[in-house]
Design a protein around this ligand. Structure first.
Ligand SMILES: C[S@@+](CC[C@H](N)C(=O)[O-])C[C@H]1O[C@@H](n2cnc3c(N)ncnc32)[C@H](O)[C@@H]1O
Length: 260
């Protein structure tokens, strides 16, 4: 079972490590796709496009979108992930929201959600409700781009265990997939300064544990949710074959549009 509050609490604890090791992983290919598929048609518009980065995490994509001249609204449910985003993309409007209750003051010109963030939604009902929330936040003609891990991706990539060993970090991760939910159990040690009466007396290594769980949403479920929310012109892209993202086996991008 996926409990959204537990997922967000896990990201709160994991934010510093995520930022250093995973935060930039999707930025370049997703930025290229945003420019090509979401903004392309409006390139000559006098006003900058406003892009909603849904589940913006630690803000690397938000910063890249700002650098390309777009206005950015970032939404994430983890306060610690957002704190990184605020440092990295200070000009972005950042909102601490659960995407299942997404609400914006103004409609946006494009929405992007990167790095299988929406796989964290607990069930089909929440996935469908989120698609409706996103649709309601978009102006007519706007595009929505997101990626999801597919069953193939869970079977290929969540089967792995991996570890990271650095001067200040020892991390081990164990993946698993039960046919519906995939998860990584991650444990890590990192050093903290120990002080006594505000005098440094040495370092202690502290252990942290999180579990990051994701649901597999079949293609037909995603297409029905997009259609029923009102989206048109849905296209899909395989991350490896169509986007050239080596190693991202079983990652599928969806591109959908609000009717003009
Ligand atoms: C794998 S990270 C991706 C972050 C960023 N998009 C990137 O590409 O690095 C998933 C993000 O989704 C956020 N998230 C997960 N479930 C959420 C929810 N229900 N509402 C808002 N944010 C959520 C997490 O806090 C986390 O920042």
């Amino acid at each position: 079972m996926i409990v959204p509050d537990a997922v967000l609490a896990a990201y709160d604890r994991f934010a510093d490590v995520y930022d250093r090791h995973w935060g930039a992983m999707m930025t370049a290919p997703v930025l290229r796709m945003v420019e090509e598929h979401l903004i392309g048609q409006d390139k000559d518009a006098a006003t900058p496009a406003t892009v909603l980065d849904l589940c913006c995490g630690t803000g690397q994509l938000a910063a890249a979108l700002l650098a390309n001249g777009h206005a950015v609204v970032g939404v994430d449910g983890s306060a610690a992930m957002l704190a990184h985003a605020a440092r990295r993309a200070p000009e972005a409007v950042l909102l601490h929201q659960d995407v299942r209750q997404l609400q914006l003051d103004q409609p946006v010109d494009a929405v992007v959600s990167a790095f299988d963030s929406l796989n964290h939604l607990p069930d089909v009902e929440d996935f469908r409700a989120t698609m409706q929330r996103v649709f309601a936040c978009m102006r007519p003609g706007a595009g929505f781009l997101f990626d999801l891990n597919t069953e193939e991706g869970f079977r290929e990539r969540f089967a792995d265990d991996f570890s990271i060993t650095e001067d200040n970090l020892v991390l081990t991760a164990r993946g698993g997939f039960d046919g519906e939910v995939g998860s990584y159990r991650i444990a890590w040690l990192s050093p903290e300064e120990r002080t006594s009466d505000e005098v440094a007396t040495g370092r202690v290594w502290r252990r942290y544990d999180v579990e990051l769980a994701q649901r597999c949403f079949p293609r037909e479920v995603v297409l029905a949710a997009l259609h029923d929310a009102g989206f048109l012109d849905v296209r899909t892209f395989d991350a490896v074959a169509d986007v050239g993202m080596a190693g991202h086996v079983g990652r599928r991008f969806y591109l959908a549009r609000v009717p003009a």
